[in-house]
Design a protein around this ligand. Structure first.
Ligand SMILES: Cc1cc2nc3c(=O)[nH]c(=O)nc-3n(C[C@H](O)[C@H](O)[C@H](O)COP(=O)(O)OP(=O)(O)OC[C@H]3O[C@@H](n4cnc5c(N)ncnc54)[C@H](O)[C@@H]3O)c2cc1C
Length: 313
């Protein structure tokens, strides 16, 4: 049994691992994929202190070598269940079972489908969730981005590097992206923002050919078709917290509720960090900071708990 298991190896999990190793906790990091979002999408990071601009893969590579320099044990596996029995956490991953006295969940969040007719049918045939991965496929073509938050505007700005035109379709009267993201997109000169847009379908043959919507302010609700080759869905995220059962409380977005001082969940010895939590802002620097808090709190918990194998929940 180790002192601490960390589930997830994005910025939150890897930072937690670094802090845990420095506190001499016997630590195991288990992750489906080392790196998380910024590595998968190789996002160009321009807001991580110390680096004016750094590709996500490179930044994560630095996190990983830092973690490995402490000799922290790692395992690539998807965790599907977590239990707490007699004060011990049991982690079920693949065919294996691991035990620890304390646990940090840093499993992040994945993009959520928008539930539009045609979205599933054209997945991988013009419907995409990752602008950085798939944007270059749409060179000189028109594309649509569904959503009006920062993620949608940042995706649209990236797509504008390749696409002829980028439509941003927001269902509400106003977009929620911040001024910096809005101005950055405007500067591309390629975007058209359409608010009040209620999407009715994504259509095409073998590939996407268009997206249709009506203006919610139009009493006739006339359908308007936009010919586009790609539709990028940016409708929020699904936190990866389902496998935790009733060991945690979730908010209305499915995010783990934590004590913001300690990052502890409702269960003693169980901490959470990064995008999977109910922290308001989702950024690399915040996920890393939360990972540090969770590891320090886990260390204190282990120090004070005089672990005796009894159920401390
Ligand atoms: C397109 C895009 C652009 C972004 N751009 C920026 C930016 O420019 N600057 C910035 O600061 N932030 C940016 N972000 C936000 C940033 O990526 C996240 O805030 C950050 O990655 C969160 O880190 P995390 O460690 O909480 O989760 P993640 O990075 O998502 O990592 C989650 C980890 O958990 C693992 N995992 C999940 N479920 C399981 C399971 N059941 N079992 C085992 N392992 C599991 C995953 O494999 C992964 O290792 C961007 C996000 C996106 C999607």
């Amino acid at each position: 049994m180790c002192d601490l298991i960390i589930i997830g190896a994005g910025p939150a999990g890897m930072t937690a691992g670094i802090y845990a190793a420095r506190a001499k906790l016997e630590t195991l990091v288990i992750a489906g994929e080392f790196g998380g979002w910024i590595a998968r999408e190789n996002v160009e990071i321009e807001n991580y202190p110390g680096f004016e601009k750094i590709p996500g893969k490179e930044l994560i590579g630095r996190f990983k070598s830092h973690l490995e320099s402490f000799g922290v044990e790692t395992k690539t596996a998807e965790v599907f269940e977590l239990k707490k029995q007699d004060g011990v956490f049991e982690v079920l991953a693949g065919e294996e079972k691991f035990s620890a006295k304390a646990l940090i969940v840093a499993t992040g969040a994945s993009p959520r489908p928008a539930g539009i007719p045609g979205e599933k049918d054209f997945l991988g045939k013009g419907v995409c969730y990752c602008a950085t991965c798939d944007g270059p496929l749409f060179a000189k073509k028109d594309v649509a981005v569904i959503g009006g938050g920062n993620a949608a505007f940042d995706a649209a700005r990236f797509l504008a590097k390749f696409a002829a035109k980028v439509y941003v379709l927001e269902k509400n009267k106003e977009v929620s992206a911040d001024a910096a993201s809005r101005e950055a997109l405007e500067r591309t000169g390629k975007a058209r923002i359409i608010t009040n847009a209620r999407i009715t379908k994504i259509s095409g043959d073998n590939f996407v050919k268009g997206v249709a919507y009506y203006d919610a302010a139009d009493p006739e609700k006339k359908e308007i078709a936009l010919p586009v080759a790609g539709v990028f869905v940016k409708a929020g995220n699904s936190p990866a917290a389902e496998f935790l059962g009733n060991l945690v409380d979730l908010d209305e977005k499915g995010q783990i509720k934590i004590n913001p001082q300690t990052n502890q969940t409702k269960t003693e010895g169980l901490f959470a960090a990064g995008d999977v939590t109910d922290a308001k802002y989702k950024q690399v620097v915040i996920a890393a900071g939360q990972g540090a808090v969770a590891a320090l709190s886990a260390g204190l918990y282990l120090q004070n708990s005089k672990f005796q194998g009894s159920n401390s929940k």
